[in-house]
Ligand binder design. Structure first.
Ligand code: NOJ
Length: 567
């Protein structure tokens, strides 16, 4: 590292412009004494707050009885490509997931979403199940290429619009709020042909699609999510390249694509805000995926800073511009900027926003929507410089949390306590926003009681965050509504609360134990203190006389004995 660069590193102090509560702004390369002092004196990080629980499983796992505030939004989720099928029915155009699954052999059993749960033809069954579950909201996504087969308005497919109208009307009739994701990864293939999200032209194209959806469905849809997990789109689609459009370019294109996604989100937000909010009165946000990152050693400042950096690289990449100041977190700017310089590049691989863009990006979400599944343990490493990669830009190593149950998916351990910490971190980092958990769930090997345990423990941690830590949690969404096409895992790992028999052309659905369990949580609005325990606990009458007892002989004897011992 060039030493002039090191000395140029700004050491933020709390209260200084730009400092905020961003721990990672303290020291990018390493000024440990300053970091330590700064951390101890000025900032109580979420890792610090929960430090005493790190070695005590009792505190970390204790069960908290209580209920959520009235009106809490209990929901369940799906997405178009995962459940609809009807991949070319009634004029629908192909999406990049149709093209990918129909040509790749990397998905178990060469599975695809051609039929999936056949929800396109089984709408009434889906509505019936949602009603039986008594959810307050249903999160689903619109298939862009079902509405606009070539991605643009001129190709409008009325039958696709009719399908979503029937779905939305059915939900409203059952008093279930539609929570609609505009883009859940299934880009119209025709738009990919003109470079998809790599092209800044997508910002206007996406905006026009959103505009149409607001105008068409917004009289009934009051909760919009522009993009689902943009970090996955950018990294899996353009870095790892294991998801469509399968571009393997880990050092550059994820940053370019993310840049376009953020601007596309902001533009759609403003369209809603300017043209529809007043008459329709809904909310609009973006669903960001966030793991929780726990430092390998919470007593080592560098490790805590690494955990914060991990948060910034995954969640902050999108949340910082949108919920803070219109710009990327310092951690990204420093890491990618410094690495790019050492790599001899003329400029940072991380693009920058103009002041005008920053102003139009900041504040473009009404509530914070987060998808959460697992927790990882991270430690600092000075990562390799080649190949250029978002992954190495982070300077860290990830490990599994050792003390938690596994789920069917490798790397996705069920670490319920991580959710409470994540919610606390969001509260601290982004100025106490209202938060919706827009996805949370697990694939389990075969025993659904493990899924029940997952929900019991994760929802209880959400309850602790709400009731004990003052996190303003407004809603919780279980994932998934039913077994469905699980992307790269095909139908091998399933998240559903309802079983679907994929061998039967009728795709019969059956509620699992977890559906019954979730129904009860919804009914009770959480975990009220159970009746059979109540008889063991309770209070005496107001005027009950509390006292203590002694007797002269016993007390005098003890007193004398002490005196004798002392002398
Ligand atoms: C996140 C995705 O948004 C969702 O579609 C998927 O089912 C879950 N992850 C589980 O992998």
């Amino acid at each position: 590292m060039d030493s002039s660069r090191v000395s140029a590193i700004k050491v933020w102090r709390l209260g200084e412009p730009g400092a905020g509560t961003d721990v990672s702004a303290v020291c990018r390369v390493c000024l440990p004494r300053v970091c330590t002092t700064w951390l101890r004196n000025s900032y109580q990080s979420v890792w610090d707050k929960f430090k005493s629980q790190t070695t005590s499983n009792f505190h970390r796992k204790f069960y908290h009885y209580g209920t959520f505030p009235e009106g809490f939004s209990w929901g369940i989720s799906s997405s178009a490509y995962q459940i609809e099928g009807g991949w070319n029915a009634d004029g629908k155009g192909p999406s990049i997931w149709d093209t990918f699954t129909q040509t790749t052999d990397t998905i178990p059993d060469k599975a695809n979403g051609n039929v999936a749960c056949d929800s396109y033809n089984r709408l009434n069954e889906d509505l019936y199940m949602l009603r039986a579950l008594r959810v307050k909201s249903y999160r689903f996504s619109l298939s862009w290429s079902r509405i606009f087969p070539d991605g643009t308005r001129k190709s409008l497919n009325q039958k696709g619009v009719d399908y979503y109208n029937r779905l939305i009307d059915g939900l409203i009739a059952y008093n279930i709020k539609p929570m609609v994701t505009l883009y859940h990864w299934d880009l119209p293939e025709a738009l990919q042909k003109v470079n998809g999200w790599e092209s800044a032209e997508m910002i206007d194209i996406f905006n026009d699609y959103c505009d149409f959806c607001f105008a068409t469905f917004g009289d009934r849809v009051k909760f919009w999510i522009t993009l689902n997990q943009p970090q996955t789109i950018a990294w899996s689609g353009y870095g790892l390249g294991n998801m469509p459009p399968n571009v393997v370019d880990p050092g550059y294109r994820p940053y370019i694509v993310a840049h376009n996604l953020i601007k596309a989100h902001a533009k759609a937000y403003h369209t809603y805000d300017d043209k529809y909010r007043q008459s329709q009165g809904g909310l609009i946000s973006i669903a960001l995926n966030a793991d929780w990152f726990e430092p390998a050693d919470v007593n080592v400042v560098r490790e805590v800073v690494t955990a914060d950096r991990a948060m910034q690289f995954q969640l902050g990449w999108f949340a910082h511009p949108i919920f803070k100041n219109g710009d990327y977190p310092d951690a990204l700017k420093w890491q990618v900027g410094n690495k790019s310089e050492i790599q001899g590049l003329p400029q940072s691989r991380l693009p920058s926003f103009t002041e005008e863009e920053k102003n139009s990006i900041k504040g473009t979400a009404d509530v914070f929507c987060v998808n959460h599944y697992t927790t990882k343990i991270v430690s600092h490493v000075t990562a390799r410089l080649q190949p250029h990669s978002y992954e190495w830009d982070r300077d860290m190593r990830e490990a599994e949390e050792p003390d938690s149950p596994t789920t069917a998916i490798p790397n996705q351990k069920a670490v319920a306590w991580g959710l409470r910490r994540l919610l606390n971190w969001i509260k601290e980092e982004y100025g106490d926003p209202e938060i919706y958990i827009t996805e949370n769930g697990a694939a389990v090997e075969w025993d659904d009681s493990e899924r029940v345990m997952f929900y019991k423990t994760y929802i209880d941690e959400a309850l602790k965050a709400n009731n004990l830590d003052g996190v303003r949690l407004q809603g919780y969404t279980a994932t998934a509504f039913m077994d469905s096409f699980e992307w790269l895992h095909g139908y091998k790992f399933l998240f559903g609360l309802h079983h679907v028999d994929f061998t039967n052309p009728d795709r019969p659905r059956t509620p699992k134990y977890s559906a019954h369990y979730y129904y009860n949580i919804i009914k009770n609005n959480g975990f009220p203190f159970p009746d059979d325990e109540k008889m063991l606990y309770g209070h005496f009458r107001e005027d009950f006389m509390w006292s203590t007892a002694s007797s002269a002989y016993q007390v005098t004897y003890t007193f004398t004995a002490i005196l004798l011992l002392r002398s």
